[in-house]
Design a protein around this ligand. Structure first.
Ligand code: CTP
Length: 398
């Protein structure tokens, strides 16, 4: 997958640096060559010798190393790579990158290049959530830096939350996506997928039958064409694809916030089956039967319409906004009206009546509705629908 690709791997100083050693091996197994760079702090966690042995390559460590400069100057070093991977991407490295600092070899390499950069952040949850890091993240995304992770989970410091570095296979997939050469290279596309869960009380929720299969396939197909994909997913049955930035949400409100935070984008595809209603006055403790036979009454309020919100944005509106229409009756008429009402460019209409077996199934039969009219596609696998849709999106974005 990565045959002949040259990766400059900057290892930051964090406990996750041990995973970077496995990353070197995995990248080389895919055919890439790896040139490692260690920050001072990284040397507290891994040794230059082991990193060099795994990479079968020289390790670069010092900005002012005359031998290194004689062999290959630092400017040359960063420009000779196809991709720079920063893993672990510490809060400190991200801050230096966002601020344009160049006070050690790693930060100088990152500043002295226009080679694409992929960061796999790893840090304590509070450091990750700190406004400074979130500001730096937004700046770096705006500069075109790609990210993989961080994941939520238990941390070496004993805390729990987002901040764990992604696992090696995810980083390798993200490297593959960053290097993918296709018509969507450099384009940012947001994809929503899966159902949303709307809590009733701490143990119950309202949901729907969406598996997330179609949205997942679309995200994978877009990434395969070289797009930078932000994949905002509700609790789906299928795992998210590799090579995309995954943002997990539960509710419609969280999904809207995640989509808004991911803008700007060149295109957005709204494949999620968003719950239309949320429960108002959510209970903080479990609703109990009180023995009287009285049935609790749920009060619902309408959820924000994510597709309509984004389609009707001004300056920040993606160039191409694609919605789905899940219908059981008068599919074409309803979907055409939905496109108009929501203000999106395209609607992918599908019949989700139980007898079609589409919701939760492997196949889909869709009609693409645009300004040009309605175009009926034959029934085919969801993967194939995704590939065709991704190709059409690439065409539309030019
Ligand atoms: N959608 C959304 N936010 C919502 C509801 C729907 O972004 N709160 C998006 C879906 O992702 C899809 C499109 O709008 O792309 C249409 O979804 P659908 O469920 O078919 O339509 P609804 O707007 O929910 O209308 P209805 O249920 O009345 O058919």
């Amino acid at each position: 997958m990565l045959a002949g690709k040259r990766i400059l791997l900057i290892i930051g100083g964090g406990i996750a640096a041990f995973k970077s050693q496995l990353l070197i091996r995995a990248l080389r197994e895919q055919g890439a060559s790896v040139t490692p760079v260690l920050t001072r702090a990284a040397e507290e966690f891994v040794t230059p010798l082991s990193v060099s042995a795994l990479a079968a390559n020289k390790v670069y460590r010092d900005l002012f190393d005359l031998t290194d400069e004689a062999e290959m100057g630092h400017i040359e070093l960063s420009r000779s790579a196809d991709l720079i991977v920063v893993a672990p991407g510490t809060a400190d490295l991200m801050a230096k990158m966002a601020g344009g600092l160049a006070n050690d070899l790693a930060s100088t390499l990152l500043l002295a290049t226009d080679t694409p950069v992929l960061v796999a952040p790893a840090m304590n949850v509070r450091m990750w959530e700190h406004p400074a890091t979130q500001r730096n993240l937004a700046t770096l995304k705006g500069d075109g830096v790609r990210f993989v992770g961080p994941e939520k989970g238990d941390m070496a410091c004993g805390e729990h939350g987002p901040g764990r570095m992604s696992e090696v296979p995810e980083i390798v997939a993200a490297v593959g996506a960053a290097l993918a050469d296709g018509p969507l290279k450099g384009r940012h596309v947001i994809v929503t997928s899966g159902p949303t869960h709307e809590p009733i009380d701490p143990v119950r929720y309202i949901a729907n039958r969406s598996s997330g299969a179609q949205g997942t396939a679309i995200a994978a197909a877009l990434a395969a064409l070289g797009a930078v994909v932000t994949f905002v997913t509700g609790p789906a049955n299928v795992p998210p694809p590799g090579g995309v930035q995954v943002i997990r949400v539960q509710t419609a409100v969280e999904m809207l916030e995640a989509v808004e935070a991911a803008l700007p984008a060149d295109a957005a595809v709204f494949a999620a089956a968003v719950a239309d209603w949320q429960v108002t006055g959510k209970m903080t403790s479990k609703i109990k039967k009180d023995g009287s036979g009285k049935i609790p009454a749920l009060k619902l309020a309408e959820n924000p319409d994510i597709l309509a919100t984004v389609a009707q944005m001004g300056r920040k509106r993606p160039k191409l906004v694609v919605g789905f229409a899940a219908e059981t009756d008068d599919v074409l008429a309803n979907a055409t009206a939905k496109r108009k009402r929501k203000g999106c460019d395209w609607i992918v209409a599908n019949d989700v009546s139980p007898e079609t077996g589409i919701m939760g199934g492997a196949e889909n039969a869709v009609t693409l509705i645009s300004d040009a009219g309605a175009e009926e596609w034959p029934r085919m696998g969801k993967d194939m629908v995704a590939r065709q849709l991704a190709a059409r999106i690439a065409e539309a974005l030019g």
